[in-house]
Write a protein of this length. Structure first.
Length: 170
């Protein structure tokens, strides 16, 4: 079968499908974003459980009001981590938005294709984590230090220590 005939066959098979409207598309994207944020929040709470059990931190769910074009206003799930240092330090896992298409990191590296951003912040210090979603699979990445690394427990604690200015015990 020629490419043209394959295209025509594919085109005809799609005729019965109703195209998704813009409003429905953004509603679905917002729902996926909130679901992914909730999953990330659950992972971080699990990673922090031993720290909480050792009475070195508390973890509280925190909602952040977000307002974005096409999405409107919504409650974005995040966290507040209270590190029980002297004095205590509050670290926020703050969703910044779904409609993030690029970030310029220190050194001029441009990151494109992200569709969601959260910040891990403590005072003026901030680490950015970006969401990428392809084929119904969500992956979070840190580009801290100019390296693309998949966000996992190890990277989380590295970034947490950096934003809270916690140095390894010697």
């Amino acid at each position: 079968m020629t490419k043209a005939k394959e295209f025509v066959a594919a085109l005809r098979s799609q005729q019965s499908a109703q195209p998704e409207g813009v409003e429905e598309y953004w509603k679905r994207q917002k729902s996926l974003w909130i679901t992914d944020l909730s999953s990330l929040r659950a992972s971080i709470k699990q990673w922090m459980a031993p720290v909480v059990q050792d009475h070195a931190a508390t973890v509280e769910d925190k909602g952040f009001l977000a307002m974005e074009p096409d999405l409107g206003g919504y409650d974005a799930p995040g966290l507040e981590l209270m590190l029980l240092t002297e004095p205590p330090q509050a670290v926020l896992l703050r969703p910044r938005g779904l409609r993030v298409v690029g970030v310029v990191e220190t050194g001029g590296t441009r990151v494109v294709g992200a569709n969601g951003r959260i910040d891990l912040e403590c005072g003026v210090r901030r680490e950015i984590v970006l969401r990428f979603r392809k084929d119904d699979v969500t992956t979070w990445y840190s580009f801290s230090g100019g390296k693309k690394r998949e966000f996992d427990e190890e990277i989380f604690f590295e970034l947490l220590a950096r934003v809270a200015d916690i140095r390894a015990a010697s």
